[in-house]
Design a protein around this ligand. Structure first.
Ligand code: C2E
Ligand code: MG
Ligand code: MG
Ligand code: MG
Length: 289
């Protein structure tokens, strides 16, 4: 392959490397650069958790989702979709994931100490992190060290993750559930669901993927999918939450079909903790409905 590239480069003339796509090369360089920077990010305190509110039917705070942010010193805020896949590949997701769990648990404990009611905080976990043999112990340690209440911690898993190794998934979920932790199935509807397996997992919540919410209520197909997920979730005794709710029309459609909770820009973006606390206080005022 290398000989071939050399041959083609020679044939094309001295300074031409037609064989190599320059945008692909730029992308590779970008990735290795970011991956290098990420090693420093944890140590230098460039990672932060943001919190996005989840509301129930009565417009009360039902919980929040912790979402990771990387404040890069030169590039500014880098969204998780850009660096989490890199961190999964390099293994950096393991210390990062542990930091996320610890930080989320410390935040829960701090709210508790302040007397702030916070029903639940949902934390995203990556496949590689979840597959660690000591994952259960890591969660337990984060709870123990912080003093956070296990009942306030919710772990978000995805369909592909849980179905990848059902026995291992089941064992971990049962052990964590015995500690009092609950589970949400994130991005529901986008994976390769085996519904019979899913119904056997000790889940508490289904989270309808935002791609099905985006075109509600106008897209007939998405309307049917959303409606069906809600009915199935409710039938299985699960809470159903919609992510990516941006308009009152979407919320009204979901509410008419008995969705339990909502998360999206209609209510709030993910916020740094101080701003989230301000929103929380606002929502707690009785005249806000
Ligand atoms: P996710 O867990 O499905 O999180 C929901 C994403 O939807 C978040 O993107 C959130 O900001 C975005 N979102 C919320 N409401 C709306 C809305 O109304 N409209 C639109 N267009 N988007 C909305 P974000 O924060 O960029 O995170 C992207 C993904 O990165 C997450 O998807 C999750 O898979 C992953 N992620 C985030 N934090 C962590 C983490 O701490 N650990 C791991 N392993 N993954 C994380
Ligand atoms: Mg999530
Ligand atoms: Mg999601
Ligand atoms: Mg998603």
């Amino acid at each position: 392959y290398a000989d071939m590239a050399m041959y083609q480069a020679k044939a094309a003339g001295r300074d031409t490397l037609r064989f190599f796509d320059p945008t692909m090369q730029a992308e590779l360089e970008e990735r290795s650069q970011l991956s290098g920077d990420l090693y420093l990010a944890l140590e230098c305190g460039q990672l932060q958790l943001y919190y996005q509110a989840q509301l129930n039917d009565q417009r009360q705070l039902a919980g929040a989702e912790a979402l990771l942010r990387w404040q890069h010193p030169a590039r500014g805020m880098i969204p998780p979709d850009h660096f989490i896949p890199l961190a999964e590949e390099s293994g950096q997701i393991l210390p990062i994931g542990q930091w996320v769990l610890q930080t989320a648990c410390r935040q829960l404990a701090s709210w508790q100490a302040l007397g702030v009611p916070m029903p639940q905080l949902a934390v995203n976990v990556s496949a590689r992190q979840f597959r660690q043999p000591d994952f259960v112990e890591q969660v337990n340690a984060a709870l123990r060290d912080s003093g956070a209440a296990p009942a306030q911690l919710k772990i978000e898993l995805t369909e592909s993750m849980v179905l990848d190794n059902v026995d291992d998934t089941m064992a971990k979920m049962q052990a964590l559930r015995a500690l009092g932790i609950s589970f949400s199935l994130d991005d529901f509807g986008t994976g390769n669901s085996s519904l019979s397996y899913l119904s056997r997992l000790p889940l508490d919540e289904l989270k309808i993927d935002k791609s099905f919410i985006l075109n509600l209520p106008h897209s007939r197909n998405d309307a049917i999918i959303a409606q069906t997920i809600i009915a199935m979730g409710n039938g299985l005794g699960l809470q159903v939450i919609a992510e990516g709710v941006e308009t009152t029309e979407q919320r009204d459609f979901l509410r008419a079909h008995h969705c339990d909770a909502y998360q999206g820009y209609l209510f709030s973006r993910p916020l740094p903790v101080a701003e989230f606390d301000a929103l929380r206080q606002q929502l707690a005022k009785p005249d806000q409905a």
